[in-house]
Design a binder for this molecule. Sequence first.
Ligand code: UDP
Length: 236
Amino acid sequence: MPAYKRILLKLSGEALMGDDAYGINRATIVRMVREIQDVTRLGCEVAVVIGGGNIFRGVAGGAVGMDRATADYMGMLATVMNALALADTMRQEGMTARVMSAIAIEQVVEPYVRPKALQYLEEGKAVIFAAGTGNPFFTTDTAAALRGAEIGAEIVLKATKVDGVYTADPRTDRSATRYSTISFDEAIARNLQVLDATAFALCRDQNLPIRVFSIFKAGALERVVMGEDEGTLVHV
Ligand code: UDP
């Protein structure tokens, strides 16, 4: 039995990139989808918020000199491309998926309508939330916290390259150790970057736990959904 009936999975754009410098790596996206498919087969309802950093980031190189809001809209559109790729890969792998966008682009994807999203989830379809929150100056982390709270997900699963929250950056500090669990307050006190500040505050206020884990470890998502000690659980 899965530990959760409904999860909100935050996949960064990077998670689709594999070892490529940008864009979507075919083998990687197929692998991601299979990991997601495994947990839907367990009976867990899955909603995904997809990032866009593999294509465009509003505060990065390509955006230098641009109006921030305009650059952020480009970033949100990048998440729509990732969402379409993810949904199509899901379809190829035999899953049923729906993309819902926070920005109206009705010829391409349906708009986000909460009751519709809830209906799809109840029907066992994977729902992919595109275009973040629909607002500039936010991130897809915040969209994950927001949608997670809205759909009544029991947990936000933040899939990263690093397999949890560490005392220091494990890539540069060999003495760094991974927290198995940590409270929101301690994460703040220790200045640990779990989600961006807005997303973090929203999860804390809504008593929505976050688990940070590595999507690149085979079977990690399934272990998380089965309630095993994988990555780091951030709780109230
Ligand atoms: N973005 C935004 N509002 C949102 C979500 C995303 O403006 O609600 C823009 C922002 O420019 C961001 C980009 O879209 O840099 C891609 O999202 P994010 O950086 O969160 O993607 P990830 O790092 O997860 O791939």
